[in-house]
Design a protein around this ligand. Structure first.
Ligand SMILES: C[S@@+](CC[C@H](N)C(=O)[O-])C[C@H]1O[C@@H](n2cnc3c(N)ncnc32)[C@H](O)[C@@H]1O
Length: 398
C-alpha cells in the first residue's frame, strides 16, 4: 500500500530545490528526495518511484472511482426514467426533467452533472440544458438495441452490493451460490445478455451449427439448460413454432420468472420451465441442448456434459455459448477480459465453488479448457462455430 506521509497524495514543489517527499510502502516510512528534474524519488535503497507514473496512475484511479460510482448512477437514471424522458423530449433543464419524471430537482441536477462529467449525457452551457446524443439515447433507453447498456450496470451494481459476502468467502474458499445473490444480479444478467441473444442467436449462432435450423423448422425437441429467466428459450420458441422447448435451471426463483415470461410471450404451450440441476434434468431424445453463459458457473461441468451426452439423440447437437476468452491469461488482459474476470471473481467462480466438485472454470476459461470438458464427457466432435467480441459459440456432437 502506497500513500503519502501528509494528507492525500500531494507532491512537494517541483524544481531543482524540491522538498523531500515522504511515502509509506507496506507500512515502512522512508524519507525520500526528488531528482532535480522532479522525476524519480527513492523510497528505500532498492525501490525507485517515478512521480510522473505515480500521478498518472492516481489520476487513472480517479477515473475508475467515477466509473464505479456510475454503476449506481446509471441504474438510478434507468429506474427513475431520467434517460427515457431525455430521449423522448430532447434538451431539458434539471427542473424540467424533474417535473417530467416526478423526481426532486436537486437530486436530478447533481445526477445530470455527474452524467455530463462522465460523458453519459451532454450539456449546453448557453441554455443550461442537458441532452442525450442519438447513440447515447439508443444505448441507454432502447432494450431492442444490441448496444443496450442498463443491464450490465445493474448486474455490476448487484455484484458490488453482494461483494462483502464474496470477500468473506475468499478467506475460507467457501462458495456463494447464484441463488444467494440479490435480484439485481439475476435481473441484470438477463437484461445484459438478452440484447446479444436478440442480435445473434437466431440470425447467426443457430445457422452456424450443422443442420440444426432445418431440424427446428421441421419440429425438434430442445433443452435450454441453465436458462435463467428464459430469454434464450423464448426467443428460440418464437422463431421455431413447430419445435418444443424445455428450459431448466437449478435456481427456482429464475424458473418462476421464466414461466411468467413464457406466458407473457404467449409461448407457454410449447415451452416448459423446470427446476433441475444440469446433471439431472429429465427427458431424452433431444435434437439440441443449449447452454448460454452458464457451463463455467457449474460446479461439475463434466458431470453436466456427460448428462447432456446421454440426453441427446445420436445425431443431436450441444451448443455451448461462453464469454469470449483466449486460452492464456495474457490474451484476456483487455477491457472485455477485465469485465469478465471481474464478474468471474464476484459471481461465476463463487457460484461454481458452492456446488459439488467446485471445478471453478471461471468466466475466462477459453476454448481449450471447454474442449477438455466436452471431450472428456465422450463427445467425438467439437468446434468453434461462431464468435462475437463478447461470446464464443461451440458445437459439440456425440
Ligand atoms: C450467468 S447465468 C446465465 C443465465 C441464462 N442462461 C442467460 O443467458 O441469461 C448462469 C445460470 O446458470 C445457472 N446454474 C448454475 N449452476 C447450475 C447447475 N449446476 N445446474 C443448472 N443451472 C445452473 C444459474 O442459476 C444461472 O441462471
Amino acid at each position: 500500500m502506497l500513500s503519502s506521509g501528509s494528507t492525500g497524495l500531494t507532491r512537494g514543489p517541483t524544481g531543482s530545490e524540491a522538498s523531500p517527499t515522504r511515502f509509506t510502502l507496506a507500512g515502512t516510512t522512508t524519507t525520500t528526495g526528488m531528482t532535480p528534474g522532479g522525476g524519480i524519488v527513492s523510497i528505500d535503497q532498492h525501490t525507485e518511484i517515478d512521480e510522473g507514473k505515480l500521478m498518472q496512475f492516481v489520476f487513472r484511479a480517479v477515473g475508475e472511482v467515477g466509473a464505479a460510482l456510475n454503476a449506481a448512477l446509471v441504474v438510478m437514471g434507468d429506474r427513475l426514467g431520467l434517460y427515457q424522458a431525455m430521449a423522448e423530449v430532447g434538451p431539458l433543464t434539471p427542473d424540467e426533467l424533474a417535473g417530467r419524471t416526478g423526481t426532486a430537482e436537486r437530486y436530478v441536477r447533481e445526477w445530470l452533472n455527474a452524467q455530463a462529467a462522465g460523458d453519459f449525457v451532454s450539456y449546453e452551457p448557453e441554455t443550461g440544458r442537458y441532452f442525450l446524443l442519438p447513440e447515447q439515447a439508443m444505448a441507454l433507453t432502447d432494450p431492442g438495441s444490441p448496444a443496450y447498456l442498463p443491464g450490465i450496470f445493474q448486474v455490476a451494481l448487484g455484484s458490488v452490493l453482494d461483494s462483502p459476502r464474496i470477500t468473506e468467502a475468499a478467506r475460507s474458499g467457501a462458495g456463494f451460490g447464484w441463488h444467494e445473490h440479490g435480484a439485481d444480479v439475476h435481473e441484470g444478467t438477463d437484461r445484459f445478455f438478452r440484447p446479444g441473444y436478440n442480435a445473434n442467436l437466431i440470425a447467426q449462432w443457430l445457422p452456424a451449427l450443422d443442420g440444426v435450423v432445418g431440424k427446428l423448422e421441421r419440429g425438434g425437441l430442445v433443452a435450454d439448460v441453465g436458462c435463467g429467466h428464459g430469454s434464450s428459450t423464448i426467443l428460440m420458441a418464437q422463431a421455431f413454432p413447430d419445435s418444443t422447448f424445455v428450459g431448466t435451471d437449478y435456481h427456482d426463483g429464475s424458473v418462476r420468472t421464466a414461466r411468467q415470461r413464457a406466458i407473457d410471450a404467449g409461448v407457454e404451450g410449447r415451452v416448459r420451465f423446470e427446476t433441475a440441476a444440469a446433471s439431472a434434468y429429465e427427458g431424452g431424445g433431444y435434437d439440441l441442448v443449449t447452454m448460454f453463459d452458464c457451463l463455467h458457473d457449474m460446479g461439475d461441468p463434466l458431470g453436466a456434459a456427460r448428462h447432456v451426452r446421454g440426453s441427446l439423440k445420436a445425431d443431436g447437437t450441444w451448443m455451448i455459448v461462453e464469454p469470449y476468452a483466449g486460452d492464456r491469461v495474457e490474451d484476456n488482459l483487455n477491457p472485455v477480459g477485465r469485465v469478465y474476470y471481474g464478474f468471474s471473481t464476484l459471481l461465476c467462480t463463487p457460484a461454481s465453488l458452492s456446488q459439488e466438485v467446485g471445478l471453478a472454470l471461471g468466466a475466462q476459461a477459453g476454448e481449450a479448457r471447454i474442449r477438455d470438458v466436452v471431450t472428456a464427457a465422450g463427445f467425438s466432435r467439437f468446434r468453434r462455430a461462431a464468435e462475437t467480441p463478447f461470446n464464443l459459440v461451440f458445437e459439440a456432437r456425440p
